[in-house]
Write a protein that binds this ligand. Structure first.
Ligand code: DX5
Ligand code: ZN
Length: 224
């Protein structure tokens, strides 16, 4: 099994049969489930809330990676922790007190993560890197699935890996947005431990087929 973890983003799944889509992904062999929470203010889109996270919690035994694209996320971390989130990642751009949000998530017994948009310098994350279990680099501007990978993310990931190796070797590095069969090996090689995949997993083809195509690219690159 590749050591690159693949987390399907259910944003592009068929919400009319969400449970089945989650079960399909788990059966295909994904590693965790990524849930994109959007409030229509921090990002120009609205997705879903804690009740959907709780429904997904009931549909799978996999860890839930909850990505809060929400203004002042500290207002909601407790509700999403209650709903069954395992990882709770918040945007440094979305709150005046990102470190306090990390502390709150830790106090709730969950795994805190911080997220940077493509335009936010790594220096915004560095002071808190040792306090998180996950660092997520957005490789698209947040709000929608199906966008193209921002090429500059690769160099940022390589720099972030150096920082992580120095400050917090157990912190997972996650890339989110525009990950496809034609770039997943490159992203893994640059240092990603986890990749979020939405539209390249949930589309007109079965998830199993799409996942196999992604795994094939990782193995072909010689990286496990
Ligand atoms: C975008 C979300 C991503 C997105 C990924 O704001 O954070 O998780 O759903 O979808 P794809 O893989 O299609 O870019
Ligand atoms: Zn996401």
């Amino acid at each position: 099994m590749a050591d690159l973890k693949i987390a399907p983003s259910i944003l592009t799944a068929d919400f009319g049969r969400l449970g089945a889509q989650v079960e399909e992904a788990e059966a295909a062999g994904v590693d965790l489930i990524h849930l994109d929470i959007m409030d229509g203010t921090f990002v120009p889109n609205i997705s879903f809330g804690p009740s959907i996270v709780a429904a997904v919690r009931r549909a799978t035994t996999l860890e839930l990676d909850v990505h809060l694209m929400v203004e002042e996320p500290e207002r909601y971390v407790e509700a999403f922790a209650e709903a069954g989130a395992d990882y709770l990642t918040v945007h440094v751009e979305a709150t005046r007190h990102p470190h306090r949000a990390v502390q709150l998530i830790r106090e709730l017994g969950k795994k805190p993560g911080l997220v940077l948009n493509p335009g936010t310098p790594l220096s915004a994350l560095e002071p808190m890197l040792e306090d998180v279990d996950m660092a997520l680099l957005m490789s698209v501007n947040p709000g929608f699935g199906g966008q193209s990978y921002v090429p500059g993310t690769t160099a940022r990931l390589q720099k972030l890996r150096e920082l992580r190796d120095a400050l917090n070797p157990s912190c997972l590095l996650e890339i989110d947005g525009g990950v496809k069969a034609n770039n997943i090996a490159m992203i893994h090689q640059a240092g990603a431990d986890v990749v979020v995949v939405g539209s390249a997993l949930y589309n007109q083809n079965p998830v199993k087929e799409n996942l196999a195509a992604l795994h094939k690219e990782i193995y072909a690159s010689g990286h496990r």
